[in-house]
Write a protein that binds this ligand. Structure first.
Ligand code: FMN
Length: 369
């Protein structure tokens, strides 16, 4: 675990696990930026809970299966991916490294996984599209539906293949690290996707300190399933709903037109004491897993975490902070290195678990809490 590793040891040696990147990134990044990436809401109980949930599951592995040469590939929304790990949307990636979203997207493409670009990116969706393979666009819905439809239509025109509608952020959670640090987005960065639309509605070069205010005024904080229905009807792109932790919400999302559900609590950054996403996953899978793919994120740091999530019914997982740390440490190459480590961990663990394909991952391989 991270606490047993001294920063010096981890920085001097090449990273061998995802958490090594965090130790190194912490030594590099200004404290305000590190805390913005690392932090959660209030007591950070949801943040810690996401991680803790994985440790409670153990493997009941199979032996003598002859499984070797594991196949990590999967199908998702009609496309094949090299492994079941996608890059979750995360704001302002140039604060981690000048390579920013472009570097992370290129690394995802090289590894054969999805890059999901945040609405609040520091690189425009068109620039990312010019370098990325399969790309999804994460959407926040604005009160001004003109801004919203403009973003969605631009994403479709730029070849994004899905929209991830984030529904756990009607307002920003209280992130006390940012409050204590009086954190503001450093000069020189802006929300590149919003430069055009907000030139009409207000300034685009908002600092992070103005973010909460900005959310209050510009984002629609009263979204309902009707809005999801509207969005699903507006765009030909499949809409995945990101931020669901309840089976009934998952069902209502699918009924309103969602083509996938991402079980997420925003990495513990929104409602504190939210249920751990791994704990929320099985009920959502039971409810809608037969109809649409269910993804999960929050606290995934190991190949074994990925396999646990898949054994509990997730089609794929997403990672957030791990790739921000890798980006901070090594730019796009760092993210490439991280994805290679995860790929190796998944492959080794599949062999030891006695499975050759991802669809052989079933709950009986786990001993639960
Ligand atoms: C610094 C940071 C910024 C984020 N920005 C967004 C965002 O703009 N939109 C969004 O839907 N989720 C955002 N998230 C949440 C991630 O998409 C994801 O749900 C979460 O990071 C997964 O947890 P993990 O970091 O433990 O892997 C952000 C997360 C972090 C850490």
């Amino acid at each position: 675990m991270a606490e047993s590793t001294t920063p010096a040891a981890a920085i001097d040696a090449p990273p061998v696990r995802a958490e090594d990147f965090e130790v190194a990134a912490r030594a590099i990044l200004p404290k305000g930026i590190y805390d913005y990436f690392a932090g959660g809401a209030e007591d950070e109980a949801a943040l810690a809970g996401n991680r803790a949930a994985f440790a409670r599951w153990r493997f009941r592995y199979r032996v003598l299966t002859g499984a070797s040469d594991p196949d990590l590939s999967l199908e998702l929304l009609g496309q094949r991916f090299a492994m079941p790990v996608q890059l979750a949307p995360a704001a302002t990636q140039k604060m981690a490294h000048p390579d920013g979203e472009l570097g992370a997207a290129k690394a995802a493409t090289a590894a054969g996984v999805v890059y999901c670009l945040s609405t609040l990116s520091t690189t425009s969706m068109e620039t990312v599209a010019s370098a990325a393979g399969v790309r999804w666009f994460q959407l926040y819905v604005f009160k001004d539906r003109g801004i919203t439809t403009e973003l969605v239509d631009r994403a479709a025109a730029a070849g994004y293949q899905a929209i991830a509608l984030t529904v756990d952020t009607p307002i920003l959670g209280r992130r006390e690290r940012d409050l204590r640090n009086a954190f503001g987005m450093p000069a020189g960065f802006q929300y590149e996707n919003l430069v055009g639309p907000l030139a009409r509605a207000g300034p685009a070069d908002l600092g992070q300190s103005a973010l909460a205010q900005y959310f209050s005024f510009q984002l629609d904080h009263a979204l309902t399933f009707k809005d999801l229905e509207w969005l699903a009807g507006h765009t030909r792109l499949p809409v995945l709903v990101k931020g669901v932790v309840r089976a009934d919400d998952a069902r209502r999302s699918v009924s309103a037109g969602a083509r996938g559900v991402i079980v997420s609590n925003h990495g513990g950054r929104q409602l504190d004491y939210s249920i751990a996403t791994l704990d929320a996953l099985p009920a959502v899978v039971d409810e809608v897993g037969g109809d649409v793919p269910v993804l999960v994120d929050g606290g995934i740091r190991r190949g074994t975490d990925v396999l646990k999530a898949l054994a509990l019914g997730a089609r794929s997982v997403m990672i957030g902070r791990p790739y921000l740390w890798a980006l901070a440490v090594g730019g796009g190459d760092g993210v490439r290195g991280l994805l290679e480590i995860l790929r190796e961990e998944i492959a080794v663990s599949m062999s030891l678990l006695g499975v050759r394909r991802l669809d052989e991952l079933t709950p009986d391989l786990l001993a639960g809490p």
